[in-house]
Design a protein around this ligand. Structure first.
Ligand code: PSU
Ligand code: MN
Length: 303
């Protein structure tokens, strides 16, 4: 059986930019599907994030599975299909999606970082990463995102992770895995909707050049860097409202009995409901802000 040489499909604009050494920012697609955000906000998020990358002088490269291929950089008709995608693709699922020729699959952080690496892209922007779940002692649920950050030499730009996860354990896991965690102009590890989780970030950086230098000096050739950007202050959710919504969403998961890859989409949907949609503008604002910072980092790396 011959090797699957044609599985990776890099959009022409992305390929040309990479060949010419111009900045490119990879993006995931789970966040832009209905697994990540409700219709029609998912489409607006996709549009705003790609625009932010372009305004920063970089080329956006959204990753997804389309017609059994690993696509990096979507054509307009592919965007439409991805917005309606319902099959979640983590890094391990990339092989299955290609082998079984899945029609449409939306990539998580782990799959996107893997595809960015494969395509030669060094910066990746997302909303929040997956992490160690609360109750991991029983469930063993640790997102594959954490392993992927340690296995691909890519800077991941995120707003931390949602606090339905165990953020202290998530930071411990990243330390063990050898992933540098950098706080963008902040001493605190952010918690997605709010600027601080109450936990310190190991190192603070002030500019994109500093992030680029950390990636360039890594001791393990395969390891990436996590850059955490707190949500802009004006978009932060009210902490009391946030805590109440979180408690309700966590109770709902407990009662639902849902496990595995379905847990995160379920909690995201519940959180949206518990905040009566007020979490959505915050989610869009932080994703856009991350895309903007990622473009700066890609520019610094290209320079
Ligand atoms: N957290 C969010 N929004 C998201 C996700 C996480 O606030 O859309 C998505 C991302 O694609 C992330 C994935 O990579 O969920 C993690 O899923 P899991 O916990 O099953 O590894
Ligand atoms: Mn999981």
């Amino acid at each position: 059986m011959s090797a699957a040489v044609d599985v990776l499909a890099v959009h022409e604009e992305v390929r040309t930019a990479l060949e010419e050494g111009r900045p490119v920012v990879a993006m995931e697609s789970t966040i832009y599907s209905t697994l990540g955000l409700p219709v029609p906000h998912n489409a607006e998020a996709l549009r705003r994030c790609q625009a932010a990358v372009r305004e920063g002088g970089a080329v956006p490269a959204v990753t997804a599975v389309v017609d059994g291929r690993w696509v990096v950089g979507l054509a307009p008709e592919q965007e439409e299909r991805v917005l309606h995608g319902t099959r979640k693709v983590a890094e391990r699922d990339l092989a299955v999606a290609a082998a079984q020729r899945w029609d449409v699959g939306v990539t998580t952080v782990s799959a996107s970082v893997a595809l960015a690496h494969r395509a030669g892209i060094e910066v990746f922007a997302t909303g929040g990463i997956g992490g160690v779940h609360r109750g991991v002692e029983v469930s063993g649920d640790v997102s594959a995102d954490l392993d992927a950050l340690a296995q691909h030499p890519v800077v991941t730009v995120c707003a931390g992770a949602k606090s339905f996860l165990d953020l202290a354990r998530t930071l411990e896991h990243l330390e063990t895995a050898g992933v540098p965690v950098l706080g963008w102009r902040s001493d605190d590890f952010p918690a997605f909707y709010v600027r601080s989780s109450g936990l310190p970030v190991p190192h603070r950086v002030e500019d994109a050049q500093s992030v680029a230098r950390v990636l360039r000096h890594r001791s393990r050739p395969q390891t990436g860097v996590l850059l955490t950007v707190p949500i802009p202050a004006e978009d932060e959710l009210d902490p009391a409202r946030h805590d109440a919504a979180l408690a309700a969403a966590l109770r709902a998961v407990d009662e639902s009995g849902i496990t595995g890859a379905a847990v995160t989409p379920y909690v995201l949907e519940r959180l949206g409901r518990e905040t009566e949609g007020s979490s959505v503008p915050a989610n869009l604002a932080l994703a856009e802000s991350n895309a903007r910072v990622a473009a700066q980092v890609a520019t610094a790396l290209a320079g």
